[in-house]
Design a protein around this ligand. Sequence first.
Ligand SMILES: [Mn+2]
Length: 175
Amino acid sequence: MKLLIASDIHGSAYWCRRLLELAEAERPDWLILLGDLLYHGPRNDLPEEYRPKEVAALLSQWKNRILAVRGNCEAEVDQLVLPFPCMADYALFWTGERYLYLTHGHLWGPDRLPPLAPGTVFLSGHTHRKQDITVENVRCLNPGSVSLPKDGTNSCLILRDGAFSFHIFDKERTI
Ligand SMILES: [Mn+2]
């Protein structure tokens, strides 16, 4: 099982293309998106090539391979333009080895964990900062933000052969 896990695209067509280019190369079983897909949100600057309609069209090409949860910037109308479910507050995903609890991060986070079965990995975005910490025996991972990082590097997360690793995008590429 290979998973590509990303969060906080925030309507950037450029970074959405970079993410999908990586997905084409990695061929994950699932592309997991932890919310804040289309809109920049009032607290953020506009990301590079801010074009929500184009992001919706790009993500639609991966509709059968995307598992998404709702971010705090998602609007009800998003479900009308995205051909995969995007409005759930959380999802549980079985990798074949363990459960992943997937959520955006504004409702639950490493400092406010939901009740989890032992061994479950907690995955959230929202802070736009990469994180890999263990809280009360729960591993908590954050892929950072694809488009608007607050820790200096645009990033996502890959689960490959049972191990998580961060993917850091190099910045200076046109696509
Ligand atoms: Mn966000």
